[in-house]
Write a protein that binds this ligand. Structure first.
Ligand SMILES: Nc1ncnc2c1ncn2[C@@H]1O[C@H](COP(=O)(O)OP(=O)(O)O)[C@@H](O)[C@H]1O
Ligand SMILES: [Mg+2]
Length: 493
């Protein structure tokens, strides 16, 4: 049946060697609305969006724009049809300025001597019109993640997109940045744009979107008006009949603090331009305690994690009670070998251990046993030890990292943003495993930009601002207002 919807995808099928990423997906989006596509990691959301954007060719199915059938051979053709995509991982040229990035490949004026002034004024105009705060002259290398995302959005708008696809845009943003993004998206909608908002954060979907399509294991399992559904109903649709794991820190209460797992004494780390990235940090984490570290990104969290794990030189003293495990913030750059199969990634850093090797070779049988146990303990999907790390969804990649690190039975765990960009099912599982490590007496340093996560899991919460410790509060005394003031550097304990 023909439709006048802005976008209609029908019966989309995309098969990969080991999995059917899209298995007959239907998606109809009305013009001038914000439409969410939600689903757990691996549900097939990104694949569907890449198909709409001409990046991936479907095996079956059809696409219509405003009732007209289209078939895109490349993103170039999708862009020409008014579709723009803001990717999960940004694709900007870091040494160039904001405005140079925005116009790149479509510079105004003549080919070899393009008009910089016009480019700058065009970028300023767009950023004013949609309330997207960026400095056109700033270098991309110096921007925060949130600012980089704004540049990606400007790039798409500059190319005249009337349909915007945002794939998990809030995964990398602070609460304040999320609010700004939502305001921009609402303005775009008012101006008549159609927006596809990919997420697995139900709170955001309900706050922002008009309609929502739910995907599970490659299929569309529901479509609702946000006003007529609830977070509970959407969560049930996303995860199916499976129980939604609700982990509660109180189930794992730790009595008294007999020993110290981690202690820092006046730790300083040198930063760029002769400044200190960390200044005189003293803190301790008891065995079986989770100490949260809150703060706006870039205030010393990364240096703290790396110093504790021995990856960065520091002054002062750091004492660890035993083996440390590290869940790094950037699983792509530091946590995984993307081209290697899952089993090799699970073994990283452990291959010399007696459990897995003899003097001359690796013990493949023992490695497979360990791998299979980890797959079932972490519900890895697909449960395929041979699949390359790159081919797993973000949440499943993170399960590999967390599983490997916790398999070391560490005395100290440094977890940096362990559930960032991860769906609710995987996040609940990762939280549960961190709580289990705590229950086993591990001291946990949990760095997160998500205050809800910290308040749910931590025994105490510390705040870093500009490399300094602004204060530490037991969970019972922590509230958003105090933490927020410390995070903004307005006040110190
Ligand atoms: N290029 C690819 N090669 C092989 N498998 C892929 C590829 N891209 C995605 N997949 C698989 O397809 C499924 C859906 O992935 P994806 O669309 O990224 O899900 P989502 O965005 O909902 O997390 C996953 O099982 C993923 O591993
Ligand atoms: Mg995705």
């Amino acid at each position: 049946m023909p439709s006048t919807a802005a976008i209609a995808l029908r019966g989309i099928v995309k098969r990969y060697p080991r999995v059917i990423a899209n298995d007959g997906v239907d998606l109809v989006v009305d013009k001038g609305t914000i439409h969410a596509v939600i689903g757990e990691n691996g549900a097939g959301k990104s694949t569907l969006m890449k198909i709409l954007y001409g990046m991936v060719r479907p095996d079956e199915g059809s696409i219509e724009l405003a009732g007209r059938p289209v078939r895109f051979a490349s993103p170039r053709e999708a862009i020409a049809a008014g579709i723009g995509m803001v990717h999960q991982h940004f694709m900007l040229v870091r040494p160039l300025t904001v405005y140079e990035n925005v116009v790149l490949g479509q510079e105004p004026g003549r080919a070899l001597r393009w008009d910089r002034r016009q480019a700058r004024s065009e970028v300023s105009r767009l950023s004013k019109e949609y309330g997207i705060a960026v400095d056109p002259e700033a270098r991309v290398a110096e921007l925060s993640v949130g600012e980089e995302q704004r540049v990606e959005i400007l790039k798409v708008l500059y190319r005249g997109a009337r349909t915007l696809i945002l794939d998990e845009p809030t995964a990398v943003l602070t609460p304040g940045e999320c609010e700004e993004l939502f305001a921009t998206l609402r303005r775009l909608k008012q101006a008549g744009s159609t927006i596809l908002f990919i997420s697995h954060k139900l709170k955001e979907v309900m706050a922002l979107c008009d309609r929502v399509t739910v995907m599970r294991r490659g299929k569309t399992v529901g479509e609702k008006a946000c006003a007529e559904t609830s977070r509970e109903e959407l969560a049930r649709l996303m995860v199916g009949d499976m129980e939604i794991a609700e982990s509660k820190s109180s189930d794992f209460r730790y009595e008294a603090a007999p020993e110290t797992a981690l202690e820092l004494e006046s730790v300083c780390v040198a930063g760029p331009h002769g400044r200190r990235a960390l200044s005189e940090i003293s803190l301790s984490v008891a065995a079986g305690e989770i100490l949260g570290v809150a703060g706006v990104e870039g205030n010393g969290q990364r240096e703290l994690a790396q110093a504790v794990c021995g990856l960065l030189p520091y002054y002062g003293r750091i004492r660890r009670a035993g083996r440390a495990a590290y869940i790094p913030e950037d699983r792509h750059r530091c946590g995984l070998l993307l081209c290697a199969p899952a089993w090799e990634n699970m073994l990283l850093g452990r291959h010399r251990e007696r459990e897995f090797s003899s003097p001359l070779s690796l013990d493949q049988a023992a490695i497979r046993r360990y791998g299979r146990a980890l797959v079932s303990d972490f519900d890895l999907r697909p449960p395929d030890l041979e699949q390359r790390a790159a081919a797993f969804s973000g949440g499943n990649q993170q399960k590999i990292v967390v599983g490997r690190e916790l398999s070391k039975s560490p005395r100290v765990l440094v977890a940096a943003h362990p559930t960032r960009g991860v769906d609710i099912g995987a996040a609940a599982l990762i939280h549960d495993r961190i709580l289990r490590a705590k229950a086993a007496g591990c001291g946990v340093l949990l760095i997160s930009a998500d205050l809800d996560e910290l308040l749910a899991l931590c025994d105490r919460i510390a705040v870093l601002y500009s490399g300094r410790l602004m204060g530490v509060l037991p969970r019972g005394q922590a509230n958003l207002e105090t933490l927020g003031r410390w995070m903004a550097g307005l006040e110190q304990a």
